[in-house]
Write a protein that binds this ligand. Structure first.
Ligand code: SF4
Ligand code: SF4
Length: 100
């Protein structure tokens, strides 16, 4: 019998608890010819000492560019390869660092 993959519902505590708080996704990204690159420029709301968002509960209102993660968005390629939200996505293409 094959093991069924458990579906975790976005927005639940269980979904939130998957995040390792690495904050890599809270840095600006560049899209160059369809390939996503990470920059070293953090979101202005990121506490870079603690790797935490200073406005997490109000981020929709105060920083509308901040996306609420869903499985579909996770697969879009802006999370690092070791992020738990992309675990198990076959052929996942993680961003690279922009070294220019
Ligand atoms: S990259 Fe993944 S683990 Fe890291 S902060 Fe973003 S969602 Fe959380
Ligand atoms: S608003 Fe908060 S969660 Fe969203 S990108 Fe900025 S620091 Fe990260």
């Amino acid at each position: 019998m094959t093991e069924q993959k458990k579906i975790v519902k976005p927005g639940t505590d269980e979904w939130e608890s998957l995040c390792q708080r690495c904050a890599r996704c809270c840095y600006e990204k560049l899209d160059y010819r369809g390939k996503i690159f990470y920059t070293n420029k953090p979101c202005p709301h990121l506490d870079t000492e603690q790797n935490g968002c200073r406005i997490y509960e109000q981020r929709s209102e105060r920083h509308p560019e901040c996306v609420h993660l869903t499985p579909e968005l996770a697969a879009a390629g802006f999370l690092p390869a070791d992020c738990p939200y992309v675990a198990g996505i076959s052929d996942y293409q993680a961003p690279e660092m922009d070294n220019d």
